[in-house]
Design a protein. Structure first.
Length: 81
């Protein structure tokens, strides 16, 4: 049981590191004005900023009352700063 949890945790840490390294690589390849603005951010702030850049298609609300009614959320879900 404990071994499974440790392996799972190690895998999650590795995946998080890979995701951040990919984000950092994309940021380094960004146009200079944007890169200069992003390079000073902390890891958490950079991830939150990238989340803001993502298209709004990631969340599409479905109304159970009306199965044919799809609408955009009023705002994105809250995150820690």
């Amino acid at each position: 049981m404990i071994r499974t949890l440790r392996v799972t945790r190690a895998s999650a840490v590795k995946a998080r590191t890979q995701a951040f390294n990919t984000l950092w690589g994309v940021m380094i390849g960004a146009p200079s004005p944007l890169r200069d603005e992003l390079v000073i951010l902390t890891k958490r702030s950079l991830v939150n900023r990238a989340y803001d850049f993502a298209p709004r298609l990631r969340i599409l609300w479905h109304s159970p009352a009306n199965p044919n009614d799809y609408s955009w959320p009023a705002s994105r879900p809250p995150y820690e700063t």
